[in-house]
Ligand binder design. Sequence first.
Ligand SMILES: *Cc1c(COP(=O)(O)O)cnc(C)c1O
Length: 398
Amino acid sequence: MKKTVYLDNNATTKIDEKVFEKMLPYLKENYANPSSMYDSAHVCANAIEEARKQVADFLGVENEKSVIFTSCGTESANTAIKGVVFQYGDKENKNHIITTQVEHPCVLSVYENLEKKGYKSTYVSVDENGEINIDNLLSKITPNTILLSVMHANNETGAVYPVYEIAKRAKEINKNIKVFVDGVQAAGKIPIELENSEIDFYSISGHKFHAPKGVGALYVKKGVLFEPFMLGGHQEYSLRAGTQNTPYIVGMGKAAQLAKESLEYELKEVKRLRDKLEKGILSQLRNAKLNSKSSNRVPNTTNIGFEYIEGELILLYLNDLGICASSGSACTSGSLDPSHVLRAQKVPFTSLHGAIRFSLSRFTTEEEIDYAIEKVPEVIKKLAKISPFQSELNALGL
Ligand SMILES: *Cc1c(COP(=O)(O)O)cnc(C)c1O
């Protein structure tokens, strides 16, 4: 059987065996509607409340009622952004919303959609290291600004943004601003402490931290109102209608507990393996340039640009060797446009098209990293021979 070395954990992760085991009874015998009025339903409702506590604990939140369950990270982001705009905004006056150029499409597309409907948006840039200039961001705030969205960690480069400080300082300028943080790529990789922060909304997605796809959560700060996205029954404190997906919510609760317990391992061992991979590749190839240059980044991600080589070709060759990685984000691949994140970072076009993201998890092994350190440079050298940029590559000794 072909070997698989899965280094695409920012696209999705495998379900932890313990998560799967915990879910099984709720896929089989415990199938009652958690809103019903008999014992078997209470079993499900109680399991959901246990998961809510686990997720709240994971997010550093004291009152678990601040957590509502959704179907995914995308739904959580849509809920927060549209929920704020429709609650507090109007097209004539309170119509300004701010975000960054490097957000996930689940934020950027919503902003673009709201622009078409008459709202005004500002997209702040990042520097060559992928870092946000906080003063520049804060200078965009006006009395009409109602929402600021900044991701906690970037899915393509792993850059971590100072969201607590941004939220605090934004409210010193305009106390009515609501702050949404897309925390999908931070969950399980760095500590999250929302309790005493000025963050109003924070999203996570189960499948990015070893729960199944199709379940997410949204933290909503106590007392902060928003217009619900899904209307219907009274589930989730009437903030998100629809019968709860008990098995998946239970799975995400368990995954949150495990992620919290594994955080130390993630920050130490996963980082060690990521650094080993990064150094191993960069030291062997003179056309390899690090795109993950932020001084603060999550421990599992590296993005490397291979000058004068086409990223899609690299992925095809790596696939033949069983190595799963990604160019750009999974959500935009399929289009040949280079990554909006790396373009915002002004990565030169010579390495923009050959950018590859490797993302590890707590299940990544030393052997897998050694294999990748051996194979990736072989692939790049092979592709260098058929690249149309022979003289440039020769000048680099390839
Ligand atoms: C994957 C991802 C999302 C979307 O989460 P889904 O659960 O797949 O909808 C949102 N934001 C970031 C940063 C992501 O990496």
